[in-house]
Design a protein around this ligand. Structure first.
Ligand SMILES: Nc1nc2c(ncn2[C@@H]2O[C@H](COP(=O)(O)OP(=O)(O)OP(=O)(O)O)[C@@H](O)[C@H]2O)c(=O)[nH]1
Ligand SMILES: [Mg+2]
Length: 222
């Protein structure tokens, strides 16, 4: 069984990450690669959602994943076993990726043939939201057991996110999760945020999310 390539990222402290991110975004646009930066707290279902999306994304685009973790190669190997091209990035203890680290990941991945690359960012609702990675789209996952108050408590994450995926809706009946509250708080932070309800476990809502992502990829790569 193929094992994931592991890349130890080097921290380069650039004065202006925002400017560097803009450069990377333009480089990716020229190469017709759409980068989605996937952020959430640990265990909300980033890897599970990617696995659930596979069936639908594979119908119309070529895609792969850069898995970022402080350590371990568990997630990248899970995706490779499922047939999703992936590499594992190690941040050496850092709780986020910046644009330069993302560029290092792209160089190591060396897959300019892909239409979409998803960066599974470090599980954390604070640091990843503070750093522009050069992504075309920022997507965040909130799982039902975490509670509907997260957009009120971690506003920056919802300000920078273009897409909010509410995962684990199969567990809705055992948690007091107020959909109206979560939607109101998310939209107070970002009136344009697109909200999807899914269960990566049962597959509910996953096709609709996949179709939207494909449309964003096709728009970006025009
Ligand atoms: N019931 C239920 N469990 C889910 C769902 N999605 C994921 N899980 C479970 O939640 C746990 C964490 O899922 P992961 O996909 O590993 O979460 P993650 O966000 O990638 O976690 P990190 O990479 O560690 O940050 C696993 O035990 C999954 O089986 C879902 O829709 N419903
Ligand atoms: Mg994961």
């Amino acid at each position: 069984m193929e094992k994931a390539k592991i890349i130890e990222l080097k921290e380069t402290v650039l004065e202006n990450n925002d400017a560097d991110a803009e450069v990377l975004r333009n480089e990716l646009k020229d190469k017709k690669i759409c980068l989605i930066n996937l952020m959430s707290s640990p265990g909300s279902g980033k890897t599970s959602t990617l696995l659930a999306l596979k069936e639908y994304l594979d119908r119309s685009i070529k895609w792969g994943v850069m898995e970022a973790d402080i350590d371990s190669d568990v997630d990248a190997n899970t995706l490779i076993r499922a047939g999703i091209p992936s590499i594992q990035l190690h941040t050496g203890g850092m709780c986020h990726l910046d644009a330069d680290m993302t560029r290092q990941g792209f160089r190591a991945f060396d897959r300019d043939d892909l239409d979409l690359v998803v960066l599974e960012n470090i599980g954390n609702l604070v640091c990843p939201a503070e750093f522009d990675t050069g992504a075309a789209v920022n997507m965040t996952i909130l799982s039902v057991p975490e509670g509907d108050d997260k957009p009120a408590k971690y506003p920056l994450m919802y300000q920078v996110a273009d897409i909010l995926v509410i995962n684990k809706i199969d567990a809705m009946s055992v948690f007091d999760f107020d959909k109206e509250n979560v939607e109101r708080c998310a939209r107070e932070n970002n009136p344009d945020i697109k909200i999807f309800y899914i269960s990566a476990k049962t597959g509910e809502g996953v096709q609709e999310l996949a179709e939207y992502l494909v449309s964003r990829v096709q728009d970006w790569n025009k």
